[in-house]
Design a protein around this ligand. Structure first.
Ligand code: AMP
Ligand code: GLY
Length: 425
């Protein structure tokens, strides 16, 4: 089987790394990939934001199966294009991907199908939003979300009416999030611990891929601005068997059944962002793709062929059973450039990756790296994810940080408390 992976971050490196070790996979291609991916796959220079360029790669290279990492190509209709051309792909259609690209759609959908989530109102104009704020019906803090894709930056948590009104002006009058903020979702603030749950769905059947916990803020102790994710661990111990049963019964099944009944069956990775509240698990958001850095800690635990699961997903032949996982917890630490999540300076020489990868139980996945004059240099905000595996969370944490200690680049920043939450559960 020839597989094409779309994307070029550490999530895609983890997907490629897993596939490259499997017997059924003869070739792995990645568009556009990165230098770490290039060690285990053939990188092809196609832009993930140009569906026609990806179709061209699939035709030229006789690719049997395409797996999509990021949400953007899916929101542009890549899966629709591939389906029309008869090419197998793991990823939802544009209509099904609305679970991620429109928070207003996702909330209304959950309302229709009685899926537990924060109480909300969708506001299509500044006046409607200001009126909803003035009514005070959700109390404070109040959560305001841009409807569309905003690279993880479209959420404001306002502590009082004045800052909520400011957030509405900034999103809707000044258009801080562009067209993504032309509609806003206002919702109640949920209290609890966040966790993520993943399934692979083929439109009707699904295979649970278990849980993970991300660390979204830039600084230790969950302080500072939100990022794409500074580290993760899997599984999430708070997601006990009992909570998992509720997630499957109250969220995953109704969502997949509802999408099928509405004529937009969901095929691909479904990422359920959860708040574990005193009333039970509630949905914070959906993503229609695997998480980053969650994929880097979930996939190395997978104890069966990913290529088989992906092939069955694309052809609608998934069995209804959980995937098999190794028991060992995995912990992933993101090494980021100075300035992340704001503007970063690229081109800093990176050293120590090989020594890090030699630490027993450690894996190093590339994100923002590139080759420049024979030297590996930084090329983005999140540069690497260093993953540790261990018999316990503490061991996995120790392995990840021992490996990360070998890596150097100017301005390198990382959190020193990844995984601590798993110890305190
Ligand atoms: P989202 O992009 O919807 O995942 O939101 C980004 C982050 O904002 C989440 O990971 C949460 O930390 C926080 N958040 C979003 N919605 C809520 C909510 N209703 N209550 C509390 N925190 C929230
Ligand atoms: N780590 C959060 C995400 O992938 O959206």
């Amino acid at each position: 089987m020839r597989v094409l992976v779309v994307g070029g971050g550490a999530r895609e490196h983890a997907i490629v790394w897993k596939l490259a070790g499997e017997r059924a996979v003869t070739d792995v291609l990645c568009a556009p990939g990165n230098p770490g991916i290039a060690e285990v796959a053939r990188c092809v220079p196609a832009d993930p934001a140009r569906p026609s360029a990806l179709l061209e790669v699939v035709r030229r290279e006789q690719v049997d199966l395409t797996v999509v990492g990021p949400e953007l190509p899916l929101s542009m209709g890549l899966a629709d294009l591939f389906a029309a051309e008869g090419h197998a792909i793991v990823g939802p259609t544009k209509a099904a991907a609305a679970l991620e690209w429109s928070k207003a759609f996702a909330k209304a959908f959950m309302d229709r199908h009685r899926v537990p989530t924060a109480r909300f109102e969708v506001c299509g104009s500044p006046d409607a939003a200001q009126a909803a704020i003035a009514s005070g019906k959700f109390g404070y803090p109040l959560v305001l979300k841009a409807d569309g894709l905003a690279a993880g930056k479209g959420v404001v948590i306002a502590d009082d009416q004045a800052s909520a009104a400011d957030a509405v002006r900034s999103a809707m009058a000044e258009r801080r999030f562009g067209a993504a903020g032309d509609r806003l979702v206002l919702e109640e603030f949920l209290v609890g611990e966040e966790a993520s749950y993943f399934v692979l769905a083929d439109g009707t059947a699904f295979v649970p891929l278990g849980s993970a916990q991300d660390h979204k803020r830039i600084f230790d102790g969950d302080r500072g601005p939100n990022t794409g994710g500074m580290g993760a661990f899997a599984p999430a111990p708070r997601l006990t068997r009992e909570v998992e049963r509720r997630v499957l019964d109250e969220i995953v099944r109704p969502v997949l059944d509802g999408m099928a009944r509405e004529g937009t069956p969901f095929r691909g990775f479904l990422y359920v962002g959860l708040m574990l509240t005193p009333d039970g698990p509630k949905v914070v958001e959906f993503n229609v793709r695997f998480g980053d850095p969650e994929a880097q800690v979930v996939l190395p635990r997978l104890d069966e062929d990913l290529s088989w699961l992906l092939g069955a997903t694309a052809t609608g032949a998934l069995p209804s059973r959980p995937a098999r996982f190794r028991a060992e917890p995995h912990v992933g630490v993101v090494l980021a450039s100075a300035g992340y999540p704001e503007t970063v300076e690229a081109g800093k020489a990176i050293g120590g990756i090989q020594a890090a990868a030699r630490v027993p139980g450690a894996l190093v996945f590339h994100a923002g790296t590139r080759q420049q004059d024979g030297q590996l240099v930084t090329a983005g905000g999140r540069v690497l994810t260093v993953v540790g595996r261990g018999a316990s969370y503490q061991e996995a944490i120790d392995v990840a940080y021992r490996a990360a200690a070998h890596i150097r680049f100017e301005g390198m920043q990382f959190r020193s408390d990844i995984g601590q939450k798993a110890l305190n559960t």
